[in-house]
Design a protein around this ligand. Structure first.
Ligand SMILES: CCCCCCCC/C=C\CCCCC/C=C/C(=O)SCCNC(=O)CCNC(=O)[C@H](O)C(C)(C)COP(=O)(O)OP(=O)(O)OC[C@H]1O[C@@H](n2cnc3c(N)ncnc32)[C@H](O)[C@@H]1OP(=O)(O)O
Ligand SMILES: Cc1cc2nc3c(=O)[nH]c(=O)nc-3n(C[C@H](O)[C@H](O)[C@H](O)COP(=O)(O)OP(=O)(O)OC[C@H]3O[C@@H](n4cnc5c(N)ncnc54)[C@H](O)[C@@H]3O)c2cc1C
Length: 664
């Protein structure tokens, strides 16, 4: 029934002020106003339709993306949207495109690694999209091992130029988004060679295509690397391959904030750490954490609404059947994901603050917090993207068979999202960075150097190695101090155990390789502690609105106790809690699911997603699922004709053959 809200009774059960929760989710009243206005603007513009995406060929899909990005840019300029509004518009258009890399990596790379003169020259062009750029770091042979990149930038003192060259097949740039067909320019990463000496990997701005006819400039070979996972999905993006044959660029196109090359060919290292060459990755990893909460909340919104609509079993005497959301198994799979979406939102907010703080410190030549910022962005990127990718797939299963239909929105969401576990650093490689940071922290404990920030708890290692969890009744698990102590003790004990095991190896690097699986588990424990503690910190703030804080407390406890349940082996093995306390935690978790149940629909409404953005028949705001599923099926191109194309060639002869055989 059109116009009827099938979820109205669910909404009426909510025990909190949804409008105020929307403000908490958005981050501020202003952010909510902008998001709400821009999402409706996109949803009401037919140029941003996306319901036919999965049935287009690659070429049609790509051209469609070009059309949408051009239309988006037209609207941004016509309406004179601010940077914040423009970025919300691109987000709600919801189609991976070269613009993600232009705004998300090319511009930040120049901003972070360019000198003042370079910013003045390149940024105005990039902001007006008079040039389009990408971030070309990864090569066919090396992605994770950035030090292993092979592209060379050799200084020629005769002409005051760098010669950019791809010496081997494996040195071909491979993967950069926006490179294949669109970008006119790239920030490329290459080994700096002066007078035969290798000064390591640095960034260079290189023009790739003519500004007149878009043809590759001499010495440049460039193209798309081919179809990727899933129909539609990430195939809107032109991930590319790029080779250089002795391409010359002026010396002032090396990004020179971190290191410089003088006219005479002298290499000069600034007083900033070399690791700032990796700064763009720190920035993007931070944005990816915030994005994880968006992708997960979207899947959870679809699965929650559908779980309230869907009914199976349980009817007596012809009465209505049970809503699947009322099954405890459904709740125990769905509600931790709902809680995770909120948890990732808040840790993303905090990480943004951390990134801003480290950036300000760097400007004042204070580099002390850079290692922590690197560890936090790397670790949280890894943790949240892995959980989100798994969570989207779980949401598909929570929707039963219908979740497998493209019209559920979940297959495409999964296909677009899952590479987040790989890009911007493979998740295991990033956890190993966190583990290195933790091992360094543990090794310095006796030296009098006090750990700070997210490792401050390690300063209480003696107490954490011995403490006993105080839980006696299930409700004791609701105390934030109890939860924090259990997570801190688990993390500290796992790190210390790894550090002790490492001392059994004569060569520490060999030991690190041998113990790397344990080390990644210690890193996960540390990162989960960060997420739990930032959720708890968030709840210490003044949060207005009837019942809003109470709901967030329930979600925070669900998130923490779900992790405890999932990683029970860690907690028991390290002796942080007893089997009896584990069982009490489980009792408490069940009770929390019952408390979340009446609020579930309102908690996903608080994400404030339009039906256009969700792109899901199952997740419709009005819950009118079945008629729309039925309608959608008839729109499939296969249903354009009643008898399928191919009947005459293949089906009919087969049937006739069977008939002949039967007569014989
Ligand atoms: C783009 C817009 C994004 C918006 C997001 C919103 C929505 C997104 C949706 C769609 C868009 C998707 C776009 C995807 C785009 C993808 C882009 C890419 O993938 S770009 C390529 C990324 N590549 C990587 O991440 C490579 C991974 N490898 C590395 O980072 C490193 O090289 C390494 C693994 C860390 C290197 O390890 P190694 O041991 O060899 O280190 P060294 O180089 O020797 O360095 C040692 C010391 O330096 C410290 N370090 C390392 N990295 C950093 C850093 N980034 N910052 C600070 N410090 C760092 C390291 O810890 C060592 O320190 P010490 O131990 O010596 O103290
Ligand atoms: C959709 C997508 C978009 C991308 N966009 C860009 C872009 O715009 N620009 C760009 O420059 N790059 C881009 N990339 C490349 C991306 O950054 C790399 O693919 C990524 O960093 C992983 O590197 P790799 O491919 O070399 O993986 P590998 O390192 O080869 O990983 C293969 C396996 O080896 C394991 N492994 C590797 N090293 C270690 C180790 N030290 N210890 C234990 N295990 C290890 C990994 O865990 C993984 O299981 C993109 C990739 C994708 C998929």
């Amino acid at each position: 029934m059109e116009g009827v809200d099938h979820l109205a009774s669910e909404r009426s059960r909510a025990q909190f002020d949804v409008e105020e929760m929307k403000v908490v989710w958005a981050g501020s009243r202003h952010a909510l106003e902008v998001s709400d206005r821009i999402s409706r603007l996109v949803a009401s513009d037919p140029a941003f339709r996306k319901d036919n995406r999965t049935s287009l060929s690659r070429k049609e899909l790509f051209k469609n993306t070009l059309r949408k990005t051009a239309h988006a840019w037209k609207r941004i300029t016509e309406l004179r949207l601010s940077e914040e509004e423009a970025s919300r518009l691109r987000f709600y258009v919801d189609e991976p495109a070269f613009t993600d890399l232009h705004w998300g990596m090319f511009i930040p790379a120049i901003k972070g690694q360019g000198t003042e003169e370079q910013l003045q020259k390149w940024l105005p062009l990039a902001y007006k999209m008079q040039i389009i750029g990408c971030y070309a770091q990864t090569e066919l042979g090396h992605g994770s091992n950035v030090q292993g990149l092979e592209t060379t930038a050799t200084f020629d003192p005769q002409t005051d130029e760098f010669i950019i060259h791809s010496p081997t097949l494996t040195s071909s740039k491979w993967w950069p988004g926006g490179l294949g067909k669109v970008s006119t320019h790239a920030v490329i990463y290459a080994r700096l060679i002066i007078d035969g000496k290798d000064y390591g990997v640095n960034g260079f701005i290189v023009q790739l295509r003519s500004m007149d006819d878009h043809l590759p400039l001499p010495g440049i070979t460039v193209g798309d690397i081919g179809m990727k996972f899933g129909s539609g999905a990430y195939n809107t993006m032109d991930n590319g391959v790029l080779r250089f044959d002795h391409v010359r660029i002026p010396r002032d196109q090396m990004l020179m904030r971190v290191s410089q090359v003088t006219r005479e060919g002298k290499f000069v290292q600034s007083n900033v750490p070399r690791q700032l060459v990796y700064g763009t990755m720190v920035y993007v990893r931070q944005t990816i954490v915030a994005d994880a909460s968006c992708a997960l909340s979207r899947a959870v919104c679809i699965a929650t609404r559908y779980s309230a609509v869907r009914r199976q079993f349980g009817s007596q005497n012809g009465g209505v059947e049970t809503q699947v959301i009322d099954y405890k198994t459904q709740q125990s799979r769905l509600f931790p994901l709902l809680a995770s979406a909120y948890a990732f939102r808040f840790v993303g907010e905090w990480l943004k603050w951390l990134y801003t703080d480290v950036t300000q410190r760097l400007q004042a030549n204070d580099f002390s917090t850079l290692p922590e910022a690197h560890a936090c962005t790397a670790g949280l990127k890894s943790l949240t993207t892995s959980a989100t990718a798994d969570g989207i797939e779980e949401c598909r299963k929570l929707c039963g068979g219908h979740g497998y239909l493209c019209s559920s929105g979940l297959p495409e969401l999964f296909a677009v999202y899952v590479p987040a576990c790989t890009y911007e650093g493979d998740n295991i490689v990033l956890l190993l960075q966190v583990a290195r940071f933790l091992m360094k922290t543990v090794s310095q404990l006796g030296s009098g150097k006090k750990p700070v920030g997210t490792t401050a708890y390690m300063g209480r290692v003696d107490q954490l190695m011995q403490c006993h969890c105080a839980v006696q009744r299930a409700e004791d698990w609701l105390k934030p101090s109890v939860i924090l102590e259990a997570f801190e003790a688990r993390s500290a004990r796992m790190s210390v155990a790894c550090a002790q095991n490492l001392t059994n190896f004569a060569n520490p690097e060999e030991g690190f390789l041998e113990l790397s699986a344990d080390l990644t588990e210690a890193a996960v424990a540390h990162c989960q502690l960060i997420v739990v503690s930032k959720f708890i910190e968030k709840l210490k703030q003044d949060i207005p609105g009837k019942g809003v804080k109470e709901q967030l407390e329930i979600l925070c406890n669900i998130y923490a106790l779900f992790l405890l349940h999932k990683h029970l082996g860690d907690f028991l093995k390290t002796g942080c809690i007893s089997p009896k306390q584990a069982s009490l935690a489980n009792d408490q978790l069940r009770s929390l699911y019952s408390q979340a149940r009446p609020n579930a629909i309102a908690l996903v409404d608080a994400f404030d997603y339009t039906d256009h953005f969700l792109g899901s028949v199952l997740g419709r705001y009005d819950g009118n699922v079945y008629p729309k599923l039925y309608e959608e099926a008839w729109k499939d191109p296969l249903n354009d004709s009643v008898v399928p194309d191919g009947y005459q060639e293949y089906i009919r002869p087969m049937l006739k053959q069977q008939l002949r055989n039967a007569r014989l």
